[in-house]
Design a protein around this ligand. Sequence first.
Ligand code: GDP
Ligand code: MG
Length: 330
Amino acid sequence: MTAFRSGFAAVVGRPNVGKSTLVNTMVGTKVTITSPRPNTTRSQVRGVINRPDAQVVLVDTPGLHKPRTALGQRMNESATSSLDDVDAVVALVEATGAVGPGDRMVLTQSAHRVRSLRRAIRGTGPGPAEPDRDAEPDRDAHPDREAQPTLLVVVNKIDRVGGDGILTHLTAVSAVIGSIDEEAGGEPTPVEYFPVSALSGQGVPALVDALVDRMPDGPRYYPEGMVTDLAEASWVADLVREELLHRVQDELPHSIACRVTEWEWPRVRCEILVERDSQKGIVIGRDGSTLKEVGTAVRSQMPPGAYLELFVRVEKRWQQRDDALDRLGL
Ligand code: GDP
Ligand code: MG
């Protein structure tokens, strides 16, 4: 009998490279929200790839970026800590445009992580700190870790460039990794490259296969039918936020937060926080039209029979305030 493989993989990359889209495509179900605007994903959301022979838990992280607010700071912390205890790191860059400083930072951290994971497995150096996995399935009971951690570099959005463009980009990325390795002064980081289109799915099966190969022997951490461990409530709050973002002007997205305040199926109450009175008007829309459209769109994605109530509340400067962030669970 062949062994069952399982483990955790971080999906990292600067904002807007397509992390959420890729997670959705790999899992095959919509589990995290995507948006053309950066920083839509505010906290770690997991998707789970289930196969007869393996299970891979994906951590979809907010993009690493320079924090400007208390919210930004927390997003960065959560993105960085997701690298602490994983079996593989999937780092995304875009095939369009140059490999920028943001990409370099992501690649540097990812390469560093992979190198220390390998050291920990060989037991020849300081390993990662003992994982703190409260409320996580117990994985210490399965310490077999024969797979060798590798950095999987995904060059995404290949549908937007030609074959030559892909090649040029792969060369550029590997040069950057080469210089990162030189700076680290040790052995080269083991890297595999995957040109993909998260949007069309091209190249994604090969990536999933490679990811499964990288997983150690382990149990099925989550029941097979489960693709995400996000509470249904925050899933609905994310849907409300996503539908709103499709309908409001550019200056609003970062001022909006949503949370479900009551869940008594089929009645679900979701609060939409904005920072100013003027924004409240925009969210509600003329004669309540925007809010009504959002409600209809979200309900159509929920199980039948849902009764969704949306409320808009002004909470000044919520992004700057720790108490507000705590209540939002951010
Ligand atoms: P994230 O911030 O890294 O999670 O990025 P998202 O997954 O939210 O994607 C950002 C934007 O890029 C969205 O508009 C996606 O539709 C788009 N996008 C993601 N993957 C691809 C791709 O493979 N091809 C193209 N053309 N667009 C993509
Ligand atoms: Mg995202």
